[in-house]
Design a protein around this ligand. Structure first.
Ligand code: SF4
Length: 348
């Protein structure tokens, strides 16, 4: 069998190189900033609570310490959204959690503030709490996409991976409601050894739900997955996965886009090659660089976002500790040399 892992990594590296060259060329023409004076894209991790208990959750959402560590209330998020608008606004907001729909109408109050300023959204949800009423509310926003995670073509696979019996049925019904309302759906699918042979069934399910794309990823060794190593693919399984992605992309071209998550090291390398444009605000208020990078640069409950950004945001990826961490990421395991870093972010 061909070495698909190497082929895909080479493609990622080529893409990153091309992007870097394009950015440099645009910067020379004065058409691309060398630094952003304020973030343009932010992820709001609205809560550490979750109604599922997925075996791979990088946040360990729903664990007691994650819930206790949620310091940002709906009012704090609204205050932050208002502050962002007052400082020029952001282009994109990624709404995630935990499970963001647990905020009830508070979620829409937060989104409204940014929406009225022109922000577009990515919403990431497990889909369990979607219903006719909240889907109608979601319809009024602009989206890059609306993402629902489905981890199996059958209830048995999805429910056992996500820890709650009956969740597949609710999630699939929610996804159907989203596409029926004209909201652009992306199905996120995490592959584990047990679901690997059924990848095509999963693509068919996403297509039948009306998704424009299926984003296929593998379990990364972070958060809860550190304690559930049997869900991480072996080298051979990863190679087979990439071969399947390659074949299915050709077979389903024109019907559904089949995308894959970029290798961790390559996506980190991309951050280093362009000016930083944002990060993640966590449920405790910390400003984290990325979900796979255990560094925070401040806390929005302690300092203003602008101060945090001016002090360390623009150049954060070139901090020596961050660069050392990126260099330490193992090609095979995709893990850096700081274990279980989710609850212990390092302040830089
Ligand atoms: S639904 Fe998402 S946030 Fe909740 S436990 Fe699963 S992966 Fe974590």
């Amino acid at each position: 069998m061909k070495d698909y892992i190497k082929i895909f990594e080479a493609a990622d590296a080529k893409r990153a190189k091309r992007e870097k060259e394009n950015i440099i060329a645009l910067q020379k023409e004065g058409l691309y900033p060398k630094k952003y004076s304020f973030p343009t894209t932010l992820q709001f991790e609205l809560t550490g609570a979750c109604n599922l208990a997925c075996k791979h959750c990088y946040n360990r959402s729903g664990d007691d310490d994650r819930i206790k560590n949620t310091r940002m209330t709906v009012n704090e998020w609204k205050r932050l959204a208002g502050y962002i608008v007052d400082n020029g606004g952001i282009f994109q907001c990624i709404i995630s959690g935990g499970e963001p729909l647990l905020l009830g109408d508070g979620l829409f109050e937060i989104m409204d503030i940014l929406h009225e300023d022109g922000t577009s959204f990515v919403v990431i949800t497990n889909g369990m709490l979607l219903n006719e009423i909240n889907i109608k509310k979601f319809k009024r926003y602009r989206y890059f996409w609306f993402q629902i995670s489905i981890d199996g073509s059958s209830a048995e696979l999805h429910d056992s991976f996500r820890g709650v019996k009956g969740c597949w049925e609710k999630t699939v019904a929610g996804a159907m409601g989203v596409t029926s309302s004209g909201i652009p759906l992306v199905v996120a699918h995490t592959v584990i050894p047990k679901s690997l042979p059924l990848l095509e069934d999963m693509v068919k399910l996403a297509y039948s739900l009306g998704a424009g794309s299926i984003m296929i990823g593998e379990v990364l060794p972070s958060g809860r997955a550190i304690y559930n190593k049997n869900i991480i693919l072996s080298h051979e399984q990863r190679n087979y996965l990439y071969e399947q992605i390659n074949e299915l992309s050709i077979k389903y071209a024109g019907r559904i886009r089949i995308e894959r998550s970029m290798n961790v090291r390559s996506s980190m390398a991309r951050y280093l090659s362009q000016p930083n444009c944002g990060g993640i605000i966590r449920p405790n208020g910390d400003f984290r660089l990325d979900c796979m990078v255990p560094f925070s640069i401040g806390n929005v409950l302690e300092s203003s976002l602008k101060d945090i950004w001016d002090r360390s945001g623009c150049d954060a990826w070139h901090n020596p500790l961050v660069m050392d961490f990126i260099r330490s990421i193992d090609e095979e395991t995709q893990q850096g040399d700081i274990l279980n870093h989710v609850s212990e972010d390092i302040r830089i």
